[in-house]
Design a protein around this ligand. Structure first.
Ligand SMILES: Nc1ncnc2c1ncn2[C@@H]1O[C@H](COP(=O)(O)OP(=O)(O)OP(=O)(O)O)[C@@H](O)[C@H]1O
Ligand SMILES: [Mg+2]
Length: 372
């Protein structure tokens, strides 16, 4: 069986603007029908990647493939790809219907009027705006305008839709509604989606896979779960969810675990991430422990079985989160760290600010990651 040909592939793609290397040797495959997110801090090259996929920019190096064909150098209007821009702009002088049909009306030969009207109706119905065709754009809410921008891209029936932070301007509630709508839309229409976002929760909750970028490079690509449980380095662990990091030096490896000497000679052990090679003995590492993996008991209490690391600490702050309580505890040598404890019985919070506590974690919950 041959693997399906990806809708879009990058092979060694770089983009240079003068002194700035905006995208640096990126290899990437967008599987057909997938929902992929591109996540990374401002300026890391996300928009530039999208623009090269859409054909608005050409790579300085490397090749872009669409469904197996090398399209490097092929202009945007000849690619089966549509982009919804970071700062979407509807044409203010056109009503909703004319905004949506814009792409079709630019075609030569221009499709017949009835065909355009039918396509507009279909596109508006996909984004749940049936009957809004005659509205002026300023008569719409932010979310509705965003959906018009989507319909304007969908009417071209692209194989791939590139969405550059389409939800950034929306308030929390609307953003959440639109996230669900985007997911439904993608499932129903079967188009490959690439979504750029700043928002890690958005990326994790919506996508089949997530690409993490930093300084023009693709650091890791994986399912949300892979990125969370098996990050390649501290950057990914920090970017995807919350984690505590303790710097140390890798020691001996035994029985699948690695010993680490932390600050002031404290000892810990953990496992290497499955996504990367085991850190070498003597190398600088970060021990990464997720807040929900840290066990918290009274200073006089016993930690559960299987917990191999114990440190005495003091509660600095606590935040009630319903089913969980989030504590910030401080240790004289390890510094502050975050613990998330599930609610026990009817007790909303088990510890008060100032309480002496003991924290620990099992070696399986501690990831030993290379320090960059
Ligand atoms: N046309 C251009 N000319 C010169 N430099 C550019 C150009 N476009 C982008 N850059 C630079 O390339 C880098 C990547 O920019 P890009 O727009 O891809 O980032 P981004 O990840 O989309 O950021 P943001 O999250 O802020 O939108 C930045 O340093 C940016 O200043
Ligand atoms: Mg951008």
């Amino acid at each position: 069986m041959t693997a399906a040909i990806p809708d879009i592939s990058f092979r060694g793609v770089s983009k240079r603007y003068g002194d700035v290397l905006a995208v640096d040797r990126v290899d990437l495959d967008l599987p057909k029908g997938a929902f992929v997110s591109l996540l990374g801090p401002s300026g890391c090259g996300k928009t530039t990647c999208l623009r090269m996929m859409a054909g608005f920019e050409q790579p300085s190096k490397g090749d872009v493939f669409i469904r197996g064909d090398n399209v490097t150098g092929v202009p945007a209007f000849k690619r089966p790809v549509n982009m919804v821009f970071q700062h979407y702009a509807l044409f203010p002088h056109l009503n909703v219907g004319d905004n949506v049909s814009y792409g079709l009306r630019q075609r030569t030969p221009k499709p017949p009027r009835e065909e355009i009207a039918k396509a507009v109706d279909e596109a508006l119905s996909m984004v749940r705006l049936s009957g809004y065709g005659q509205r002026r754009t300023w008569e719409l809410s932010g979310g509705q305008q965003q959906r018009v921008a989507l319909a304007r891209a969908l009417i071209n029936r692209p194989a791939v839709l590139l969405l550059d932070e389409p939800l950034a301007a929306l308030d929390r509630k609307l953003r959440h509604d639109m996230q669900i709508e985007l997911q439904n839309l993608q499932r129903n229409v079967g188009i490959t989606f690439l979504l750029v976002t700043h928002d890690q929760e958005e990326a994790l909750s919506m996508s089949d896979s997530v690409c993490i970028m930093k300084d023009g490079r693709l650091v890791q690509i994986g399912t949300p779960r892979e990125l969370y449980d098996e990050p390649v380095n501290g950057y990914v662990a920090d970017f995807v969810g919350k984690s505590n990091f303790f710097a140390g030096t890798a020691g001996r490896a035994h029985e699948g675990l690695i010993d680490v000497t932390l600050a002031d000679g404290m000892k810990a052990a953990g496992r290497a991430s499955k996504s990367t090679a085991r850190p070498e003995q003597g190398s600088l590492v970060l021990v990464s422990v997720r807040p929900e993996q840290i066990r918290l008991v009274a200073a006089t209490g016993d930690l559960p079985n299987g917990v191999a690391f114990r440190a005495e600490a003091r509660v600095l702050n606590r935040i009630f989160l319903g089913e969980q309580t989030e504590y910030i505890v401080t240790h004289e040598r390890l510094g502050d760290f975050m613990v998330r404890s599930p609610r026990q019985g009817n007790q909303a919070t088990a510890f008060e600010i100032g309480d002496r506590v003991a924290v620990g974690w099992s070696p399986d919950a501690a990831l030993i990651l290379a320090k960059e």
